[in-house]
Design a protein around this ligand. Structure first.
Ligand SMILES: [Mg+2]
Length: 105
């Protein structure tokens, strides 16, 4: 699925529930940050080794996946509200990163 398809699905889901009025750029940016905080709660006080061990628990993995999805959902809706083409933005950013950090041979 491309970001464009995801965006269309999320906007349809949101609009069917009348949530558009709440989805201002500021609210969506805050919501993305809140969800990022919820994701980080799973890692707080844990070592990398403990995190990799805990993710073997399917329930824990699902809970973390839910938070990652929440972050992506809000960022996709934010891009939609700002008229940003995420497929293009990500492609262009990868290209910029490639120029900034060229391969060393
Ligand atoms: Mg959440």
């Amino acid at each position: 699925m491309h970001f464009r398809e995801l965006e269309e699905k999320l906007v349809a889901f949101r609009d069917a529930r009348g949530w558009m009025k709440y989805h201002t750029p500021k609210n969506l940016a805050i919501s993305a940050a809140v969800e990022m905080g919820e994701l980080l709660e799973h890692f707080q006080w844990e070592s990398d080794e403990e995190i990799l061990e805990s993710i073997k628990d399917p329930a824990k993995k699902e809970a973390i996946a839910d938070e990652i999805a929440d972050v992506i959902i809000y960022l996709t809706l934010l891009a939609h509200e700002l008229g940003i083409d995420l497929d293009r933005a990500v492609e262009e950013k990868i290209e910029k990163n490639g120029k900034k950090y060229p391969l060393r041979t």
